[in-house]
Ligand binder design. Structure first.
Ligand code: ADP
Ligand code: MG
Length: 696
């Protein structure tokens, strides 16, 4: 393999390339525009486009695309070649500034939640110069934002950029009060990505995996993950070969792929990149998921990103590591060495505590999906209740500050923020709790509720904006204080008192926590329909509109899209289930019961004395299950068809949750039992055991 330092970012039109290929004037103009968010002059855009084209053609690219992130949760692209007629049947390769800056796309074909009137189908993509262009499969990809004709965001990138601006604005107000020399802050994100790898030839035999990304049936194999022998286990050669290729492709795209290991379930793995600026991390995570699926196929594997591909073993999540860093390189969630730094740290910590407490509902909503509903609270992922883990040491310090007492026997003096130096606590002692949804891990927070397939954009939009709101209120108060020090002390103390209900260092998997959380007044939105129903609650609309992250109209459209996505998914799952049961499973089971019955008859014909208990009992049990499954199948079909008559998205979602999903679960029980009886020679699908242990 070539040297990693040489291939890293070799397919990225990054700062290095721009310095080399752009005139100083154009380079400076682009930097300035990026930093201040102004419109780019067309002559400058033309020069950048021309350099990009030259660079891309040199690397073998023939097409370009505006690469964007619509509300489908994945990325979208439409390829245009660079060719342009030059007369006499000849062509030149052409790419203009206009084509770089703005693209037109049919908004009606993407989820838009009613934002696009039927008569106005146009949508626009606009270049996001803060994220580098790159080449993927011979196509120059230009990261863009996607909006409607009226300028409303139709994607997951625009609001993320707006939320980063919001937190920058408010954090800078606070930092000024501390005399910071920083001129901007950015949020940083490192998403750890879990996934499954299974043999492609087995994947291709299961309609449920092909259509829904998860197994809708499947009896548990005799071995699951109970031996804990997969986590961090040695990586099989075939998987290792996949990981090596994946790393290489990701490095070429400038993705900081760093850590790869086996996860808890058989066939489950994880990739963690080194963190980077939030919007770039979001882009990179999308690329990572796409590359995982592509490279897997090249190795005759299939990569499953579904939150719960298999019942009975752990599902896949994504940990969203998050922090705030200044342009001077200070991580604001790093406890400092001096009292001054510590006061600042504590204030930012309090901002996050307040944000998570006040907007726990929005955080829960940001990770709500049909797939994630199977994981949350299932003793493999955090519960659906949002709480925060700070670790014993930091919690003791906050308790002491709140009560104005000393936090350790050694320290007798009263704790006063800004005077007191925090003890330096080693990073790993703060992260013993793996069950917490939102954990402080030494110098960053880790939001652990995300599902594996979700865009990390949604949760970061909420975290950024909610923390921006805490900081806004803090700044309002501190800017008007007569005595900064004492007001700061009071503010921190009050915030801890008011919001400590969100802090929970215990075991989040414990049933008792559900009751305790309820007593503390914490929200428990168990499912997606329940969670999403609260999206338009007054305080949520006020938060997003105040910080100009969403307009009320954009929120209404997102509300519809979230419900619609959920409904469509359950509709696809239930129809797939009906199809599999009706066309494959029941015919197979019925035929198999005939084989058993015929065998018994033959045996009896031979001699009445022959014992046919096995055949008789199984024909009997199979017939009972067959009839039960058949009745449930019809019931499910009626429930699925009755969806059409329900026009309201929220009502539909509740119909899915309360009627369709329970019927699917019952039907599955019958079918899974049948699988344990019917000969594996005739069962129409590969078993879960084969899928989980098939890669050798
Ligand atoms: P874990 O115990 O969860 O594996 P690590 O320290 O290995 O913890 O970090 C996990 C992820 O957190 C990595 O992607 C890492 O880059 C990211 N991370 C570390 N520091 C920060 C930070 N300041 N901001 C955002 N993400 C961070
Ligand atoms: Mg982690």
């Amino acid at each position: 393999m070539e040297k990693v330092t040489e291939i890293f970012a070799s397919n990225v039109f990054n700062d290095d390339v721009m310095r080399k290929m752009l005139s100083k004037e154009v380079y400076d103009a682009l930097q300035w525009t990026t930093k201040h968010g102004h419109r780019l002059d067309i002559s400058i855009a033309n020069e950048i486009a021309s350099a990009m084209k030259e660079w891309a053609i040199e690397k073998g690219a023939t097409h370009y695309t505006h690469w964007f992130q619509p509300m489908t949760g994945i990325t979208a692209e439409k390829h245009d070649s660079f060719i342009s007629p030059s007369g006499e049947g000849k062509i030149i390769m052409d790419f203009s500034g206009k084509e770089l800056i703005k693209g037109e796309s049919d908004a009606s074909s993407f989820p838009n939640g009613g934002l696009r009137a039927t008569f106005e189908a146009r949508g626009y993509t606009a270049w996001d110069p803060t994220s580098y262009a790159f080449i993927k499969d011979g196509v120059l990809c230009i990261p863009t934002a996607f909006c409607s004709f009226g300028g409303q965001a139709l994607d997951k990138k625009t609001p993320l950029l707006r939320s980063m601006e919001a937190i920058n604005r408010q954090a800078m107000r606070v930092l000024k009060l501390f005399g910071s020399d920083a001129s901007s802050v950015k949020t940083t994100v490192g998403p750890e990505q879990e996934y499954f790898l299974i043999p492609k030839e087995l994947f291709d035999k299961r309609k449920d995996l092909i259509y829904t990304g998860r197994t809708l049936f499947g009896a548990m194999p005799s071995k699951g993950q109970e031996l804990d022998d997969h986590y961090f286990g040695s990586i099989k050669p075939r998987v290792h070969a996949f990981m090596k290729d994946l790393d290489k492709e990701l490095w070429k795209l400038g993705v900081y792929a760093k850590t790869e290991h086996n996860e808890a379930a058989p066939a489950q793995h994880e990739l963690a990149p080194i963190f980077t600026t939030a919007n770039i991390a979001v882009d990179h995570n999308q690329l990572t998921m796409e590359m995982m699926q592509k490279i897997a196929r090249e190795h005759d594997l299939e990569c499953l990103l579904h939150e719960k591909p298999f019942e009975g073993v752990s599902g896949s999540g994504k940990h969203n590591n998050w922090s705030i860093t200044t342009d001077t390189g200070v991580n604001l969630l790093n406890p400092g060495e001096t009292p001054h730094e510590n006061a600042q740290f504590l204030l930012f910590l309090c901002a996050v505590i307040k944000a998570v407490h006040e907007y726990q509902g929005l955080l829960r909503i940001s990770i709500a999906s049909a797939g994630n509903d199977h994981r949350l609270g299932a003793s493999e992922a955090p519960p659906a209740i949002v709480s925060m883990f700070l670790g014993d040491e930091l919690t003791a310090i906050l308790d002491a500050i709140e009560t104005g007492t000393s936090y350790s026997t050694k320290e007798k003096e009263n704790l006063k923020v800004g005077v007191h130096t925090l003890p330096r606590f080693p990073k790993d002692t703060t992260d013993r709790n793996r069950t917490s949804p939102f954990a402080f891990t030494g110098n960053k927070f880790e939001f652990r509720m995300l599902g594996a397939s979700q865009s990390v954009s949604d949760s970061n939009i909420v975290i950024n904006t909610a923390v921006a709101e805490s900081l806004r209120q803090f700044a309002d108060r501190l800017e008007n204080a007569t005595d900064f020090e004492s007001e700061l002390n009071l503010l921190i103390r009050e915030t801890i008192k008011k919001h400590k209900a969100i802090i929970f260092n215990g075991n989040g998997y414990d049933d008792k926590w559900v009751n305790e959380a309820q007593n503390r007044g914490l929200k428990n939105y168990r499912t997606t329909p329940e969670a999403v129903s609260h999206y338009l609650d007054k305080e949520n609309v006020e938060l997003f509109t105040l910080h100009k992250v969403f307009s009320a109209e954009e929120m209404e459209s997102r509300f519809e899209i979230m419900l619609d996505n959920y409904n469509k998914l359950i509709n696809i799952e239930s129809r797939t289930m009906v199809n599999m049961v009706r066309k494959d499973i029941l015919p197979c089971v019925s035929a198999y019961s005939k084989v058993l019955a015929d065998t018994a008859i033959s045996k009896k014909t031979l001699s009445k004395k022959i014992d046919c208990t096995y055949e008789e009992e199984n024909v009997n049990r199979i017939s009972v299950l067959l009839n039960s499954a058949n009745m449930l199948l019809e019931e499910l079909w009626v429930a699925v068809e009755s969806m059409k008559a329900i026009k309201d998205n929220k009502q539909r979602a509740y119909h899915c949750k309360d009627v369709i999903l329970p019927l699917m679960a019952k039907l599955r029980d019958d079918i899974d039992e049948l699988e344990t009886i019917v000969s594996s020679d005739v069962w129409p699908y590969p078993s879960i055991g084969e899928l989980l242990f098939g890669v050798r």
